[in-house]
Ligand binder design. Structure first.
Ligand code: ATP
Length: 345
């Protein structure tokens, strides 16, 4: 086994997992770097969990190879891989207290008690649960249970930590708080995290890089800004955030090329009345078909040249009365030409 800092933590080489006719994972190639926070993002059924299960060794590829730090592990059982998994449902032992739950992996390895206690306390500090060792899981909130699950998975210092929708059961506020914490814990421990989610905002908040899955294949791998600002396909543009796709004749008239392009709703400026074009701006006239007032911002649905555009504007000065009266009005939409992104398919 060769290993240096350039050896990817995980490498997929043409990995497929078929269940009869269902191509759950289809010839996926992928490299995840050592110490990366890497997310697998995609809609339900796109193959993310199957990929995760194959990395863990709970499932095997029908064809292709999986490497961990250069070693082909395609046929190794889970316990021979230096990997741990955190699941959405925590899977804590209900009869054991928090401290014993966290130290469980060390007990199995027959680590002496004093050492076990020391490392368990360190883990409690890491996940900000200092002083909770004696509690039972039933005496904790959902977010606290998830932290215990994380501490338990990290205590053995695995090379790779897999997280399967770990925040899925938490309410939005707690979820957002845990996103920030998870990321900071990952940076502190330096372990490669592979995170499965169908929530694009979550993936964008936490990841160094993201792989966007669709139907067993990877549509795009890139940093959050790559994925958001330069979506490689219409699927990515639509799945990661909201996007306006313009193609054919209208695209040609606006940009000189009939290749489909995407423009994000927040990049479009909306002006009531007809206005005039400015340098480097692409603009067209339309009419407001619908208005949704969302407190912080307003979402307008504007029809222009036969295309329905979604436009988002922050409610800096306008009130709900102002924005709701916009329905039916003529408007000019404009955006800077640099904010247009060409999409492949
Ligand atoms: P979710 O977000 O809903 O968990 P996912 O992206 O993780 O979805 P997978 O669980 O990897 O998707 O499933 C991919 C496809 O493989 C789905 O069509 C699923 O029905 C199918 N599949 C997964 N496991 C099995 C199995 N054991 N037998 C048959 N089909 C399976």
């Amino acid at each position: 086994m060769t290993m240096n800092s350039n050896t990817p933590a995980v490498r997929f080489e043409k990995v497929s997992r078929h269940f009869g006719d269902v191509k759950a994972v289809d010839e996926v190639g992928l490299e995840i770097g050592d110490g990366e926070f890497f997310s697998m993002l995609g809609p339900s059924g796109s193959g993310k969990t199957t990929c995760l299960r194959m990395i863990a060794g709970f499932d095997r590829p029908t064809s292709g190879h999986i490497y961990l730090y250069g070693q082909d592990v395609s046929n190794l059982p889970p316990y021979e891989r230096d990997i741990n998994t955190v699941f959405q449902d925590y899977a804590l032992f209900p009869h054991m207290n928090v401290g014993d739950n966290i130290a469980y992996g060390l007990m199995i390895k027959r680590v002496p008690k004093a050492e076990r206690m020391k490392r368990m306390e360190e883990m409690l500090d890491l996940v900000q649960l200092t002083g909770f060792a004696e509690r039972k899981p039933s005496q904790l909130s959902g977010g606290q249970r998830q932290r215990v699950a994380l501490a338990r998975a990290l205590i053995n210092h695995p090379k790779v930590l897999l997280l399967d929708e770990p925040l899925g059961a938490l309410d939005l506020k707690l979820r957002q708080q845990m996103q920030v914490e998870l990321k900071s814990i990952q940076k502190r421990v330096g372990i490669t995290f592979i995170f499965v989610t169908h929530d694009q905002e979550e993936a964008i908040t936490m990841s160094d890089r993201i792989a966007v899955f669709s139907q067993g294949r990877i549509e795009q791998v890139g940093t959050p800004s790559d994925i958001y600002e330069r979506p490689a396909s219409a699927f990515v543009a639509g799945f990661v955030g909201t996007s306006n796709l313009v193609s054919g004749e209208v695209a040609k008239r606006l940009t000189g090329s009939d290749q489909t392009f995407s423009i994000r709703p927040e990049k479009i400026h909306i002006e009531f009345g007809s206005g005039k074009s400015e340098k480097d701006m692409i603009s067209l006239e339309g009419a407001v078909r619908d208005v949704i007032y969302l407190g912080l911002y307003t979402r307008y649905l504007v029809e222009a040249e036969g295309v329905d555009f979604v436009v988002i504007e922050q409610n800096l000065k306008s009130t709900s009365m102002d924005v709701l009266s916009a329905k039916g009005q003529k408007v000019r939409l404009s955006w800077h030409k640099d904010h247009v992104s060409r999409v492949g398919g």
